[in-house]
Design a protein around this ligand. Structure first.
Ligand SMILES: [Zn+2]
Length: 259
């Protein structure tokens, strides 16, 4: 048996609750045993070289309460992003409103270009291949989002004496809603998917980055940065907490064909 298998067998012998997914990983550079819980709840026992299997057993047994709590939190906070199918009637959130997707082959009355959202809460998109539908909808989020950011960002530029700031809206992956890039770029960038979230959360992401754009001294989220955002948005901590929850359910562009 490899040393990995010996440790795995030792942990399996503990008969931990079946719903826990516990794995072992050899970490030759570690000096002590450790444990980590990934989003979703998988537990990994980190084992340094030469660890005694009995020691591993005692370590894991001694952390039962800790594991219980961590797994519960990890499962509760696991990402749960929707996967769209791009079918008529499917809903899309934009600027705090919910729109129903409707495919069309020609411009509907009163609509000047596609895609478009209307006051009747319809999202019109030209009937085309799903990859193109996806690109068209994300393009709409980016275009509308950029116009919003430029408009709403202005108050912070004035209040924070920010000059010559640029804005961008693009895909920032799965871990960031916004970013401020310092000179020479001097750009506030928001994730297009932010615009699918409730407006108070979109406003928080913008204010957060604009506070960075004032280039306060000290650490990125240090006292000077906090004073700045406190003055702009006294309830930002509450919004940050809500963003962590709402963000788990945001559409990040995933889709699959209807089965
Ligand atoms: Zn930040």
């Amino acid at each position: 048996m490899s040393s990995h298998d010996i440790y795995a067998a030792a942990v399996a012998g503990l008969q931990l609750p079946a719903e826990w997914q516990v794995t072992v990983a050899l970490r030759p550079r570690r000096r002590t045993l450790g444990m980590e819980v990934a989003p979703g709840g998988t537990v990994t026992v980190l084992i340094p070289s030469q660890a005694d299997p009995d020691q591993v057993i005692r370590f894991v047994s001694g952390h039962r309460t800790w594991i219980t709590e961590k797994v519960a939190t990890a499962v509760r906070l696991a990402p749960d992003h929707p996967v769209k199918e791009f079918v008529d009637g499917e809903t899309f959130d934009l600027f705090g409103q919910r729109y129903r997707l409707r495919f069309v082959d020609t411009l509907p009355a009163g609509v000047e270009q596609l895609p478009a959202v209307t006051a009747e809460r319809v999202l019109y998109v030209r009937r085309q291949r799903p990859e193109r539908v996806r690109r068209a909808i994300i393009g709409l989020y980016r275009q509308e989002g950029l116009a919003w950011a430029r408009r709403e960002g202005r108050q912070y530029e004035l209040g924070g004496r920010i000059e010559h700031l640029s804005y961008a809206v693009r895909d920032l992956g799965r871990h960031r809603w916004g970013t401020y890039e310092g000179l020479p770029k001097h750009t506030t960038t928001l994730h297009w998917a932010v615009f699918g979230l409730p407006m108070p959360l979109v406003e928080y992401v913008l204010a957060h980055e604009q506070a960075h754009a004032t280039r306060p001294p000290g650490r990125a989220h240090g006292p000077a940065w906090q004073r700045r955002i406190d003055s702009w948005m006294p309830d930002w901590r509450q919004r940050k907490t809500e963003l962590a929850e709402a963000g788990r359910h945001a559409w990040l562009g995933e889709w699959k064909p209807r089965s």
